[in-house]
Design a binder for this molecule. Structure first.
Ligand code: SAH
Ligand code: SF4
Ligand code: F3S
Length: 479
């Protein structure tokens, strides 16, 4: 019998996201049922660091007698792990608090807390502005949650937003939430010491600090023993990872850490994010080239293709430097290495020609994928204090639309390069659109879909790709 082949028109019948009323990038934790006395419902907004932190928070609260639930109606405690990166992210959280408030009227004993970057940015102002909130906890204060919750149980409203120079939660084993059992995140550092002028992260996450290399390798080993096949090492700027043992005898940089994690097993895939163009070294690229299990994919945010704008952004590299790093990637890892970026349209005083430089940089690099935004001024940042947010909103949006259109063309070109080739795919799930198909990613982080046959989640499968869209490769398993 011939295998069912997934056609492009089939893919185009997109289905609605599972969490109907929430934006697509919000994650609700899955349930643990271990008979604990109270239930925690936690929603995470923003970046992977927040999703990873929610796993640490769940672990801390699990030890305090909380199971997690996916049903708001079952919860004793609701936590929103929030993001401040753009104004829209904060508006989304405010809106969600209104909905939770309506819910709390029906369930008066419900405790409501905000965690993460918006908690850190607003501090106790959150309690003044949002009557529903009982608890405000910043990203470095999660160990204090048990004490803070006790205060709230005693009728107080509690805040801890102290930032730390040491906290890395190295000894806490995260409760893996929303896990497919195949891939997991490992935080390798916290905070950020860069001062990109548009960015709120240094204010909400504090100083950069690197986690003990041994605890990272142990976590990767432990995940592999539990059946995980892929880990993503997380940090705002992984290339500046540096850890020194207490006695000073051991020093580990990012390339060396990557190697140590790669050596856990050739069957464990390693990814990492985010790389900063000023810090990514040839040593890192050579380490990637040496180990097959370190994926050939680099997220290398450019933000802009124009050197004057990059200087105003305080990115500390210019267009030439960025292009030199891309040339190094192509030289050391080859033309197939996946590269993605973040781009900001309409930063302060950006001219039409400077915007064209962003488009021409994109033409030059041909990114596999981009996260694209228009500039959103954030209170307290260098840009908010020193630069006028003077590009009109309609111009920002038009420039962003042009960037998105260009990216779609490039994504398609990059996908087409994969047609007719065999890709090693790590199966992550059954395809969202057909139970007869499996979905996974190739080395370059592209989604690959193919008929299931006898294959399962967690298998590495060689797939011959015969068709593609800009975001997805379609093929058949080959032995
Ligand atoms: N540490 C990463 C980025 C983390 S924030 C890095 O340095 O690349 C993720 C992305 O959000 C940024 O890369 C940037 O493109 C975007 N971003 C950050 N602040 C923004 C702002 N004020 N307006 C619009 N986009 C912003
Ligand atoms: Fe923000 Fe820049 Fe740090 Fe990234 S490197 S988190 S953009 S300050
Ligand atoms: Fe948002 Fe904080 Fe991440 S601002 S993007 S959740 S580090």
């Amino acid at each position: 019998m011939s295998q069912p082949i997934l056609t492009l028109d089939f893919l185009d019948q997109a289905t609605a996201p599972a969490t109907e009323q929430l934006p697509a990038d919000v994650r609700v934790t899955e349930a643990t049922h271990t008979g604990r006395s109270r239930r925690l419902y936690i929603e995470s907004y923003g970046c992977q660091m927040n999703f990873s932190d929610s796993e640490i928070v769940s672990s801390i609260l699990f030890d305090e007698g909380f199971d997690t639930t996916t049903e708001l109606a079952e919860a004793d405690l609701v936590l929103l792990n929030t993001c401040s990166i753009r104004e829209k992210a904060e508006i989304t959280v405010r809106q969600r608090l209104k909905e939770i408030n309506a819910h709390k009227r029906r369930q008066p004993g419900l405790l409501v807390g905000v965690l993460g970057c918006m908690a850190e940015r607003l501090k106790s102002k959150f309690l003044e502005e949002e009557q529903i909130v009982d608890l405000v906890v910043g990203p470095d204060a999660y160990r204090d949650l048990p004490r803070l919750i006790k205060e709230v149980d005693n009728g107080q409203r509690s805040v801890n937003v102290l930032l730390s120079r040491e906290e890395t939660y190295a000894d806490i084993t995260p409760v893996r939430l929303n896990s497919n059992g195949v891939s997991a995140f490992i935080s390798i550092m916290r905070g950020c010491d860069n001062m990109c002028s548009f960015c709120v992260v240094p204010f909400t996450r504090g100083r950069e600090r690197s986690r003990d290399a041994h605890s990272i390798v142990r976590e990767a080993q432990d995940l592999f023993v539990k059946g995980f096949k892929e880990v993503t090492l997380l940090g705002q700027n992984v290339d500046s990872y540096k850890w020194q043992s207490a006695d000073g005898s051991e020093f580990v940089n990012f390339a060396q850490l990557l190697e140590r994690v790669a050596l856990v097993s050739p069957e464990l895939r390693i990814r990492f994010s985010t790389s900063h163009p000023k810090d990514i070294t040839d040593e890192v690229l050579h380490t990637m080239a040496r180990y097959d299990n370190v994926c050939n994919y680099i997220h290398l945010p450019a933000q802009s293709g124009n050197s004057r704008v990059l200087e105003l952004m305080n990115r500390t590299y210019d267009r030439e430097w960025y292009l030199d790093r891309v040339a190094a990637i192509r030289r050391i890892l080859g033309p197939d290495c996946g590269i993605s970026t973040d781009m900001i349209a309409g930063f302060c005083s950006e001219t039409e020609e400077e915007h064209q430089d962003t488009l021409s940089l994109m033409d030059h690099v041909q990114y596999d994928m981009s996260y694209m935004f228009f500039y959103s001024e954030r209170p307290g940042t260098l840009a908010a204090r020193k630069l006028a947010d003077d590009v009109p909103l309609d111009v920002k949006k038009r420039r962003l639309a042009e960037i998105i259109e260009r990216q779609q063309q490039h994504s398609l070109i990059r996908s087409q390069m994969g047609v007719g080739k065999v890709h090693r795919v790590l199966v992550e799930n059954v395809s969202k659109r057909s139970t007869e198909h499996l979905s996974g990613r190739n080395d370059q982080n592209k989604v690959v879909i193919f008929p299931k046959k006898h294959y399962q989640k967690g298998d590495y499968v060689n797939v011959l790709v015969h068709e593609c869209t800009s975001t997805t490769l379609l093929g058949n398993a080959v032995e």
